[in-house]
Ligand binder design. Structure first.
Ligand code: NAP
Length: 248
């Protein structure tokens, strides 16, 4: 059964990893996909082709999520090219890990701008369209680290915790117009972001997870399908933990 037939979705950071996984699963569920990326032009072109071959409309946009004007421009272009905007997934994210003692101001600001300010930029830009439609589902990608904290990731943890507070506030502000805002907090999902870690650390993590494996982009995408579809029409302001039991 296709759960997103005819819906239009924007996914930030769709060129690889979790965002790409969401784009693929959404397209299989019949959603048209506008996705963004920072610099991976070839990967974006390939994904555009792959999604189109599944019978949906798909387009990649080079757009820096951290930039307020670029987010405004993106929403304007997507609204022109796709019409309605039913779903926004704020997924673009980066890490610049270091102990606070060694963390530079630039690395703190960059992570806050790409991970957290981007969510403000995109929500602000899409708000008018969704208010007019009187419907919308916004899904913001936090992290287990935003809930629990992590040594060496204070910038990342602050950005991901900030996403939760922002999203709960949006659920309260926009709920009366049938715009839902929810958060997904992934645990350890095996993508390029986690490939930077050494294999021994990764093996230790897998062993400590109750389900005994790292998650896949598809695990996150399936939770996004629920939050984007009418199956969750009475769910807003929530954080869904998709982490194999990591925080239990
Ligand atoms: P990834 O493999 O590193 O992919 C990041 C994506 O974001 C890429 O498509 C990248 O585009 C895009 N991006 C980066 N900076 C951007 C910017 N300024 N503007 C627009 N797009 C930008 O990351 P991932 O592992 O899939 O993670 C996706 C999200 O899930 C992130 O928010 C991350 O914090 C969160 N998350 C991940 C995990 C995990 O274990 N992997 C766990 C919890 C939460 P380019 O290809 O052009 O660089």
């Amino acid at each position: 059964m296709k759960l997103l037939e005819g819906k239009n979705a924007i996914i930030t950071g769709g060129s690889r990893g979790i965002g790409k996984g969401i784009a693929e699963v959404f397209a299989k569920h019949g959603a048209n996909i506008a996705f963004t990326y920072a610099s991976s032009v070839n990967a974006a072109n390939e994904l555009e082709k792959e999604l189109t071959s599944l019978g949906v409309k798909a387009k990649g946009y080079k757009s820096n999520a951290a930039n307020y004007e670029e987010a405004q421009e993106l929403i304007k272009n997507v609204a022109e090219e796709f019409g309605a905007i039913d779903i926004v997934i704020n997924n673009a994210g980066i890490t610049k890990d270091n102990l606070l003692m060694r963390m530079t101001e630039e690395d703190f600001d960059a992570v806050i701008d790409v991970n957290l300010k981007s969510v403000f930029n995109m929500t602000k830009a899409v708000q008018r369209t969704m208010l007019k439609q009187r419907s919308g589902s916004i899904i913001n990608m936090s992290s287990v680290v935003g809930v629990k904290g992590n040594a060496g990731q204070s910038n990342y943890a602050a950005s991901k915790a900030g996403i939760i507070g922002f999203s709960k506030s949006m659920a309260l502000e926009l709920g009366s117009r049938n715009i839902r805002t929810n958060v997904i907090a992934p645990g350890f999902i095996e993508t390029e972001m986690t490939e930077k870690l050494d294999e021994k650390t990764v093996e230790g993590w897998r062993e400590s997870i109750p389900l005994k494996r790292g998650g896949t982009p598809e695990d996150i995408a399936n939770a996004c399908v629920f939050l984007a579809s009418d199956l969750s029409s009475y769910v807003t302001g929530q954080v869904i933990h998709v982490n194999g039991g990591m925080l239990t």
